[in-house]
Design a protein around this ligand. Structure first.
Ligand SMILES: CC(C)(COP(=O)(O)OP(=O)(O)OC[C@H]1O[C@@H](n2cnc3c(N)ncnc32)[C@H](O)[C@@H]1OP(=O)(O)O)[C@@H](O)C(=O)NCCC(=O)NCCS
Length: 147
């Protein structure tokens, strides 16, 4: 089941986040998202959240701020569905374009974005911290009017 997430879901979101990301968001970062009113969507299986996406929609732009699927549920189509629903919400709120940033080394996520017809539009040099130093961000965009 897809549903809007709330502050009370942060515990479950953090568990997924910590297992999925190299540099996970802190609890405070999630709190800020809910305080700011960003859109948070999650899928539940057996009443447990198995993946979430957080987006900001301002004026005609949507930014994917975070997306993660629980390790056991990865590669089963949930990430794609989360993105599709997030883009639907964004379009309903008047966004015409969606942007996201991803680590250059994150080939799984990049493969998903390319499959969903996101276009590479730029790079940010040494944007992310890694254990070995710094890593570039790739910036992808997709028009919402054509999807
Ligand atoms: C990126 C992520 C959200 C994708 O979610 P998912 O539910 O596993 O992805 P899906 O099952 O919807 O996969 C869709 C496509 O993504 C790509 N993909 C997903 N997992 C992959 C893997 N392990 N290896 C290669 N490609 C992969 C494939 O192109 C796949 O399509 P296919 O199965 O038809 O080949 C998930 O891997 C994740 O949570 N990763 C850790 C957090 C993260 O990196 N977030 C993105 C930050 S920008």
């Amino acid at each position: 089941m897809l549903r809007m997430l709330a502050k009370s879901d942060i515990g479950q979101m953090l568990a997924i986040e910590n297992a999925a990301h190299i540099a996970p968001w802190t609890e405070e970062a999630f709190k800020i998202c809910f305080r700011t009113g960003y859109v948070s969507l999650g899928f539940e299986v057996d009443k447990k959240i198995i993946g979430f996406v957080i987006v900001s929609v301002q004026a005609d732009e949507c930014h994917i701020l975070n997306i993660a699927v629980a390790t056991l549920f990865q590669r089963q189509g949930w990430g794609r569905k989360l993105l599709e629903y997030a883009m639907l919400q964004a379009r309903q709120k008047g966004a015409g374009i969606v942007y996201l940033e991803v680590r250059r080394s994150n080939s799984r996520a990049i493969s998903l974005y390319r499959k969903m017809r996101f276009q590479l539009i730029g790079e940010r040099k040494d944007y992310y911290v890694t254990v070995a130093g710094m890593e570039d961000a790739l910036i992808f965009a997709k028009s919402l009017s054509s999807s």
